[in-house]
Design a protein around this ligand. Structure first.
Ligand SMILES: Cc1cc2nc3c(=O)[nH]c(=O)nc-3n(C[C@H](O)[C@H](O)[C@H](O)COP(=O)(O)OP(=O)(O)OC[C@H]3O[C@@H](n4cnc5c(N)ncnc54)[C@H](O)[C@@H]3O)c2cc1C
Length: 287
C-alpha cells in the first residue's frame, strides 16, 4: 500500500514551518528523518493533509556545548550521535544507546527529535533522555517553552506537544560519571523487548549517590524506577542491594503483552536486567 495524497511543503526556517502548521490547523505532520512517519503513511494509519519537511532547517541540526550543558538540535541524526566526539565525551550514555537503533540506514536518516516525538515506549532515545533528565524546547505560535522529559509523555506515542508545536532542541546537564545500558531484542537491532539504562555517582565514602534507573518497553512510556533509586541512595551496590532494587522496580512497571513478549515475561526480566546494569555500574567504579 502507498500513502494517501498529501501536499508537500519544504520549510526554510522555524517561523515558516510554524506558519504552515497553523495554516493546516493540526492536520499537517512534520517530516524529519521519515523513518517512522513514512511507514505510518504507507500503511495509511496516518492521512495528514500536508507534510512539512524540516530537513532544510540546518539550525536544528547542531550539537553544541553551552558551558556545562550540551544542546542537541531536533534534527541531529542518530548517526551523528553515534560518531560525534563531542557526544562521546559529553553524553556517552546516548552514544552507547543509539547503536541499538535499527540499522545503519535508519540511523543515517532518523533524528533525535523524531524519535522523541514518535514516543515508542521501547525506543532508546526517550529512555536515554529520561535517565539523563533532559529538557525539551518546544516552539509554537505562543512562543517557546521548556518541558521536562518527565512531563513529556502522556502515554504510548503521545506527547505533551500541541499539534502546532515544533520540538527544536533537547538540553542536557552534566553527564554523571558512571553509566550502563542493557536491552533485550528478539532480533538484532529490532525494537527492544525491554531496556534498562542507569547512571550514578560513586563517592569516596564507598556509597552511590544520585542513581537514576530507567526502564523501556515495560510501560506505556519510559519510566524511572524511583523506589529502586531511593533504596540504593548511599548504598555500596552490594548483591543484596541490587536484588532488592530489582524487586522494588516491579512497582514502576505495567508491561504490555505484544508480539515481542508477554507481560509476565517482561516482569520476569526486569530484576534481571536491572541487576546487569547495576553490576556494570559497580564494575565501572572499580575502573
Ligand atoms: C525498520 C525500522 C527499525 C527501527 N528500529 C528502531 C529501534 O530499534 N529503536 C528506535 O528507537 N527506533 C527505531 N526505529 C525508528 C527510528 O528511530 C526513527 O528514526 C524515529 O522513530 C523517528 O525519527 P525520524 O527523524 O525518522 O522522524 P519522522 O519519522 O520524520 O517523524 C516521526 C514523528 O515525529 C514528528 N516529528 C519529527 N520531528 C519533529 C519535530 N522536530 N517536532 C515535532 N514533531 C516532529 C513527525 O511529524 C512524526 O509524527 C526504526 C525504524 C524502522 C523503519
Amino acid at each position: 500500500m502507498k500513502a494517501a495524497d498529501f501536499i508537500y511543503h519544504r520549510a526554510t526556517g522555524v517561523a515558516e514551518a510554524l506558519r504552515y502548521m497553523e495554516d493546516y490547523d493540526g492536520e499537517a505532520r512534520l517530516l524529519a528523518g521519515g523513518q517512522s512517519l513514512m511507514p505510518m503513511l504507507n500503511m495509511r494509519l496516518w492521512r495528514p493533509a500536508a507534510l512539512i519537511d524540516i530537513n532544510a532547517l540546518s539550525e536544528l541540526a547542531e550539537v553544541t556545548a553551552q558551558g556545562e550543558e550540551t544542546h542537541l538540535g531536533a534534527l541531529v541524526r542518530h548517526a551523528t550521535l553515534e560518531t560525534s566526539p563531542l557526544i562521546a565525551a559529553r553524553l556517552p550514555l546516548l552514544a552507547t544507546m543509539v547503536r541499538f537503533i535499527g540499522d545503519h540506514q535508519i540511523r543515517r536518516r532518523g533524528t533525535i527529535g523524531g524519535s522523541l516525538v514518535q514516543g515508542d515506549p521501547a525506543s532508546e532515545m526517550p529512555l536515554g533522555c529520561l535517565v539523563l533528565g533532559a529538557e525539551i524546547n518546544a516552539v509554537g505560535p505562543a512562543g517557546a517553552r521548556m518541558i521536562a522529559i518527565e512531563d513529556f509523555y502522556d502515554g504510548a506515542y503521545a506527547t505533551a506537544l500541541e499539534a502546532d508545536e515544533l520540538l527544536t532542541e533537547i538540553r542536557f546537564a552534566v553527564h554523571p560519571p558512571h553509566f550502563a545500558f542493557h536491552e533485550l531484542c528478539r532480533r538484532h537491532n529490532d525494537f527492544a523487548v525491554l531496556s534498562v539504562a542507569a547512571t550514578g555517582h560513586f563517592s569516596a565514602d564507598g556509597g552511590w549517590h544520585g542513581l537514576r534507573i530507567g526502564l523501556g518497553g515495560v510501560n506505556d512510556r519510559p519510566v524511572l524506577a524511583e523506589a529502586s533509586m531511593a533504596l540504593l541512595e548511599g548504598s555500596s551496590l552490594s548483591d543484596a542491594d541490587i536484588a532488592a532494587a530489582g524487586e522494588a522496580a516491579l512497582g514502576a512497571i505495567d508491561p504490555p503483552s505484544d508480539i515481542r513478549g508477554s507481560a509476565e515475561y517482561r516482569a520476569h526480566l526486569v530484576p534481571r536486567y536491572i541487576a546487569k546494569a547495576l553490576r556494570d555500574l559497580r564494575l565501572s567504579a572499580q575502573g
